[in-house]
Design a protein around this ligand. Structure first.
Ligand SMILES: *Cc1c(COP(=O)(O)O)cnc(C)c1O
Length: 389
């Protein structure tokens, strides 16, 4: 198919029909595939023939899912993983050697931080952090061993934004591989490859599935780099299951309409909370008060579905807010149809010191709202009654 618009590609990128002429792609729940004869099998293993061999390497459903993400991100190639963390871990593990160095934003997903600080040092792979709000620090951290520049934008849970074009320029100048975790934006809102990213990683568990059902991860980008990641993964086994790929490929068909509505709801809530006297600050990329509003407008089509608010009264006020919530969910997930509220200081980030939390943008009263698709009036009513109680 020639390149079509985003929504059309998401819906019309499909596997070839089987002899049954099905309209919707069936599920290929099979661990392996069969060969005609010895020659067919030989040529398949040497990759003279491009075909499915074993579902740890590839499977029709994972191929369909990956093809969609490749088109959405404007990438050359990709590979799908069981989880977002499998995608992130395998990407680093495939591309780095002992002695290599990573320069990363400090505010990264919790498990990514654990990779950098607990596991990679075991293999003599070190990481230096820069402050997401101070990209001037980046070049001073780059050494001859630096291989990868890494960031998320918007960040979790502080909803900070970094200039992807600037990161692209720095990576190019210093010959680094720029990897962006694009999970919070989705390719519908932001396409980091346009700004110079070599690879884009996703937790498909979040807005891509969007309904809180399955875990998944994907990496897309430069085909030589993806080839390395594919070979690593085909031998180490973090592959996405065909069932999850089937679910996620269907999910992508509705990504655009879902994300449009998520963002519409989120902007209304963010604007409303700015007027609320129980809240000392509201951070949302498409509010003019966001410190990087201009950059957000430059690189994002919409503001996303995550709002960070600071509830007046610190840790206790944050906990009280969660306890007063009636409809929204208290859950570790995000990007679900259901609105989810979390209080990082007393939960996901409680093991960090106050100083570490603040340096990652987590104030004591910070509440993260992952805005869902319920009726806007019902979401607002629940949040307002919890703030007023
Ligand atoms: C959830 C998340 C991950 C990890 O994804 P899993 O699918 O849970 O393994 C990585 N990065 C970001 C930004 C996330 O939100």
């Amino acid at each position: 198919m020639d390149n079509k618009n985003f929504e059309t590609e998401a819906i019309r990128t499909q596997l070839e029909r089987s002899q049954f002429q099905e309209h919707s792609t069936p599920m290929y729940v099979t661990s392996s595939f069969v060969f005609e004869d010895a020659e067919d099998m030989r040529a398949s293993f040497t990759e003279e023939k491009v075909r499915n061999i074993y579902s740890r390497f590839s499977n029709p459903n994972t191929t369909e899912f990956v093809e969609k993400v490749i088109k959405m991100e404007g990438a050359e190639d990709g590979y799908a993983f069981a989880t977002g963390m499998a995608a992130i871990y395998s990407t680093f593990a495939a591309l780095l050697s002992s002695g290599d160095h990573i320069v990363s934003a400090r505010s990264v997903f919790g498990s990514t931080h654990t990779l950098f600080t607990k596991y990679f040092p075991k293999w003599n792979i070190t990481t230096s952090y820069f402050d997401i709000n101070n990209p001037d620090e980046i070049e001073g951290l780059i050494t001859p061993s630096t291989k990868i520049l890494y960031a998320e934008s918007p960040t979790n849970p502080g909803v900070d934004i970094i200039d992807l074009e600037l990161l692209g320029e720095i990576a190019k100048k210093h010959n680094l591989i720029l990897i962006i975790d694009n999970c919070f934006a989705t390719p519908y809102i932001q396409q980091p490859i346009k700004f110079g990213a070599d690879l884009v990683v996703h937790s498909a568990t979040k807005l891509m599935d969007g309904q809180g059902r399955v875990l998944g991860g994907v990496v897309v980008g430069n085909s030589d780099l993806v080839r390395e990641i594919y070979l690593f993964s085909r031998n180490t086994g973090p592959a996405m299951s065909p069932f999850n790929a089937w679910v996620l490929s269907k999910s992508l068909e509705t990504l655009a309409v879902r994300v449009d509505k998520h963002c519409e709801n989120a902007l209304i809530i963010a604007e409303s909370l700015q007027q609320n006297s129980k809240v000392s600050s509201v951070k949302y990329p498409f509010l003019k008060s966001h410190p990087q509003y201009e950059i957000a407008k430059k690189q994002m089509k919409l503001g996303g579905n995550i709002i960070a608010i600071d509830v007046k009264g610190g840790i206790e006020a944050g906990r009280k807010f969660l306890n007063s919530i009636k409809m929204c969910s208290l859950s570790a997930n995000l990007g679900d149809t259901r609105t989810i509220v979390t209080h990082p200081a007393s939960t996901t980030h409680s093991k960090l010191s106050e100083e570490e939390r603040l340096s990652a943008g987590i104030t004591p009263g910070l509440v993260r709202i992952s805005v869902g698709l319920e009726n806007i009036n019902d979401i607002l009513q629940d949040i307002n009654q919890a703030l007023n109680s």
